[in-house]
Design a protein around this ligand. Sequence first.
Ligand SMILES: [Cu+2]
Length: 217
Amino acid sequence: MARVSGWAATLVATALAVAAAHPSSAAAAALTVKITDPAGKPVRDAVVTFTPSGGGAIPAEIKSASYVMAQKNITFVPFVLAVPQGATVSFPNRDRVNHHVYSFSPAQPFQLPLYGSGQTRSVKFDHTGTIALGCNIHDSMSAYIRVVDTPYFATTGDDGLVVLKDVPAGAGVLAVWQPLMEDASHEVSRSFSMSANDAAQGFAIKVHAQAPMAGMY
Ligand SMILES: [Cu+2]
């Protein structure tokens, strides 16, 4: 008898009818994407990317922007941070206690040995993929850095919404990654042709209520 697998792909894609918020230029437009669960509840911490078919060169100002994964109240803040390939992420310790940040993720394992309050460290991420973070001192601390190879990316907040700005018209791939997604890759994608006008898309995804952290990445 077949057993039900909790990791079966369970993507349900739905189209959203969201009115365009403003007129756009001919060459590029805004793409609004809403991420919900199948019941329609907004899903936060989802990284949404649009990758043009020809590839998305990452402008220097996006690559060199400030990306921060802080430690505050024995928690990583934010829980999910999306950065472009080649970005440098700083890891400021805003607690009174020491932290030892590490990742064993194959995309880029690293260690930031014990450092104290008010200090910071930084790591440059040269490879795309998912970096699962932990702290050697505090087992409860976990967070994710998602390294992407397109300049068109954003992470959903409590409203499940992102707006990707200045997306070039033309074919590409629209993808959503969320660390608790009930899919082995934690990612779903679809072909999408961006028009010259503002557009809206929706994804309904199934996510775990709580993160089974160990061994996910
Ligand atoms: Cu710690």
